[in-house]
Design a protein around this ligand. Structure first.
Ligand code: 5GP
Ligand code: ZN
Length: 113
C-alpha cells in the first residue's frame, strides 16, 4: 500500500531499528517506547488491523506471535511482557498496518488504559 508508514518501513523507504527480518515478518523498536523495551512485530503483507485478518493469514499471525515471544526471550523480557494489538482509532490504533506491540522491562498494570 503506497501511503502506509509501515509498508514504507518494509520497503526500506523509511529507516527502522530492526531486531528481526525474514521473508514474511519484520520486527523493529518502537520510535516512542512506552516501556524500557518496546518493539513491534509486523507482517510484510499489508493488513489494516486485527479486524481485517482472514483465514489465509492464520499461519502468518501464528508466526508473528511465536517470533515475538522468541524476540522477547532474546531481549531478556521473556518472563514478563505485555502483548498488545490495537484495533481501530478509538482503541488507540494510529498506524493502520497490523502490528503486535511487545512491551516489557517494567511492571504492567491491569486494566490497561
Ligand atoms: P498503534 O498506536 O497504531 O497501536 O501503534 C503504532 C506504534 O507505531 C506507536 O507505538 C508508535 O510510536 C509507532 N511508530 C509510529 N511511527 C513510527 C516510525 O516511524 N518508526 C517506528 N519505529 N515506530 C513508529
Ligand atoms: Zn502497510
Amino acid at each position: 500500500m503506497t501511503d502506509c508508514l509501515f509498508c514504507k518501513i518494509v520497503a526500506g523507504d523509511i529507516p527502522a531499528d530492526k531486531l528481526y527480518e525474514d521473508d514474511e515478518i519484520i520486527a523493529f523498536w518502537d520510535i516512542s517506547p512506552q516501556a524500557p523495551k518496546h518493539f513491534l512485530v509486523i507482517p510484510k503483507k499489508h493488513i489494516d488491523g486485527p479486524s481485517a485478518i482472514t483465514a489465509e493469514d492464520d499461519a502468518l499471525m501464528g508466526r508473528i506471535m511465536r517470533v515475538g515471544s522468541d524476540l522477547a526471550e532474546a531481549n531478556e523480557i521473556g518472563d514478563n511482557f505485555r502483548v498488545v494489538f490495537n484495533n481501530g482509532a478509538v482503541a488507540g490504533q494510529t498506524v493502520f498496518h497490523i502490528h503486535m506491540h511487545i512491551l516489557g522491562g517494567r511492571p504492567m498494570n491491569w486494566p490497561p488504559g
